[in-house]
Design a protein around this ligand. Sequence first.
Ligand SMILES: [Zn+2]
Ligand SMILES: [Zn+2]
Length: 389
Amino acid sequence: MLGSMVILAACGGSDSDPGTPTALVNSTNGMSPYECRANGMCLNPVFSLIPNSPLPIDTQFSQSTYPWIDQSKNEIVLSAIPYVSGTVYAKDIDPAGFNLTETEFSGPSTFGTPNIAYRHFKGNGLPNFPMGQFPVQAGTPAYSYYNALPGGSDTYPTADLIPVAAYNLESYIPRIPVENPKDGDGNVIPGPISSLITGISLTGTVWHIEMANSSTSWYNPSSALPMDQCWGHPYNKQYHIHGYSWKCFPNQGSSGPSPLFGYALDGYGIYGPRGENGEMVTNSQLDQCHGHTAPVMWDGKMTNIYHYHLNREYPYSIGCFHGVVDYARALPNSDMSEGANYAEIIALVQSATDVPPPPDVAQKIADLTPSENSTFSEYVSKIITFVLR
Ligand SMILES: [Zn+2]
Ligand SMILES: [Zn+2]
């Protein structure tokens, strides 16, 4: 289950012009995907409890050695990337073309709240900007990199063979986001990511977690394979984007704060790279979830509210969730949950309070250093807190 979920799944000197960075800051070699921290991202540690998990609790990010990585600076050099070539539009794949709709909807949450206002998104998952040609054609610059990666199924044993197809994009995102609970110091507890999809983009497609694997190691996806010119590629035939996709978003202007580009699953807005003063936002201005609280245009008026930014520094998009995510609502069908029922995974965490983990996992947990162990139990208890509220 997890294996199929996760397979496929910036300033190089031009900070003054946020629209044209020359390099992206890569993920940190050796960092844990289970630790919510600045410049990182954190997954739900329950993934480590799944038998034969590809993500054991001691998983570390590796550093790609592909030619577009500047090893000494640990940066992705944009001019060196062998992008997936081709120009394919939504209408070339689905006669409906780009067709994302957003409507208002009211209904119960799965946490028992009877009447929540939602943004209801519906579409075919295809973007309003051009995609590269998938399957990746033999003889093109990106081919060998895709051919070397697992495709995640018998039909597509290698990633180069995966085409793009329309799918049932549907999501209910809370119109009024709810912050996660606070810790003893009054800080909002970051919510680890439990899903492949992290947000809905107004361009008609979705953001995925900033993590990808080869058969043996885990990487920042932007360092582990070339994407198309708009930073997208298919997973299981579903086109999706990673953080640097903002360069292809329409109507973002070239000065002043960036506009809203979409919504994270918790309901908070995702904005482009220019912050409130019009300069590119750096990670030092953002928290571990890659967001902050500042005035932005929100539902038609300037509002001081938490929001995420896309920028050139890993994780580029979302590192964790600042707000409560109702996975059963946000990812309500099998296309959106991409082979894993996240609501069930969350339920598994609840049951973990009564059911001991399998012996090999229990041993791994017992072998953790005191600091790793407290981090791990903290995360599990925090997730349980989210589920029960
Ligand atoms: Zn991806
Ligand atoms: Zn901001």
